[in-house]
Design a protein. Structure first.
Length: 80
């Protein structure tokens, strides 16, 4: 086995520290981006729920208007 030179050891240790530091920084950025995506997903879900609620209100108000309150009643030239 060849002897490990002190300079080679120090260079390898420095490179490993740089890789570790870079990986830690990347993990921190990924964690922040994940939190941002989760917040966006939450806001999107809330907006979807609000749109659904409003649509259901409009459909509920639309029933009975112009149809005599009866569902399935055809009005117009194609009425039988």
């Amino acid at each position: 086995m060849l002897p490990v030179l002190p300079d080679a050891y120090e260079r390898e240790a420095r490179l490993l520290r740089e890789l570790r530091d870079g990986a830690q920084e990347e993990a921190a950025r990924a964690k922040a981006q994940l939190a941002e995506l989760q917040a966006l997903h939450e806001r999107s879900g809330l907006a979807h729920a609000e749109v659904t609620r409003r649509m259901e209100q409009q459909v509920g108000r639309g029933r009975g208007q112009g149809q005599g309150g009866r569902r399935g009643v055809s009005v117009g030239p194609d009425a039988q």
